[in-house]
Design a protein around this ligand. Sequence first.
Ligand SMILES: N[C@@H](CCC(=O)N[C@@H](CS)C(=O)NCC(=O)O)C(=O)O
Length: 210
Amino acid sequence: MTIIVHHLENSRSQRVLWMLEELGLPYEIKRYERNKATMLAPPELKRVHPLGKSPVIEDTEAGVTIAETGAIVEYLVEKADGKLGPLAHRDSVLRYRHFLHYAEGSMMPPLLLKLVLARIPLFGKKAMKRIQPMIDVHLDYVEAELANRPWFAGDEMTAADIMMSFPLEAARSRAGLDASRPATIAWLDKIHTRPAYQVALEKGGPYAYA
Ligand SMILES: N[C@@H](CCC(=O)N[C@@H](CS)C(=O)NCC(=O)O)C(=O)O
């Protein structure tokens, strides 16, 4: 066993388990529970990486510790000799790179903001009304993209789809993604029925977004 996934319940790190299952790479899970009051990660995670966030992976054979989902996903593509990496066509390569970064760089921030504001009484509710239109721009964009092709980069599933799974699952659970955006919902249903996704879900423990 060379890869250890430091996995926080109900979190982005579910994507890493899914990817490892898709790639058929052996791995071990170290589970962490959120603090029930703050929902933050436990302090033990700071011993693995100074940021104390999840996901973090350790590749014990290579002697490396990697934080940040996008960096982990790219590392795993490399480790699997390009499997789930960019497709051959130039346009697909550009889309692959775009969505790989877009997931955490553009789509997650307003979703996270909404989650944080939802916990602030009065002011939070008012401010949330300003955030939803920002989220809707992303949801409309994604819907238009998925109406054009089966996967984010092109005709085949890639790591870009894995990156996009968490923001879209979060959007469905708390930011108004519903049947009015049928291509996106069909894409979510499609990833959820994949055997590798199901196995990862079973191994990962609590995950409120699937
Ligand atoms: N952009 C980072 C975000 C990491 C992150 O914020 N992870 C969350 C899990 S969804 C976390 O560890 N939260 C607990 C905390 O902040 O204490 C990534 O994709 O890896």
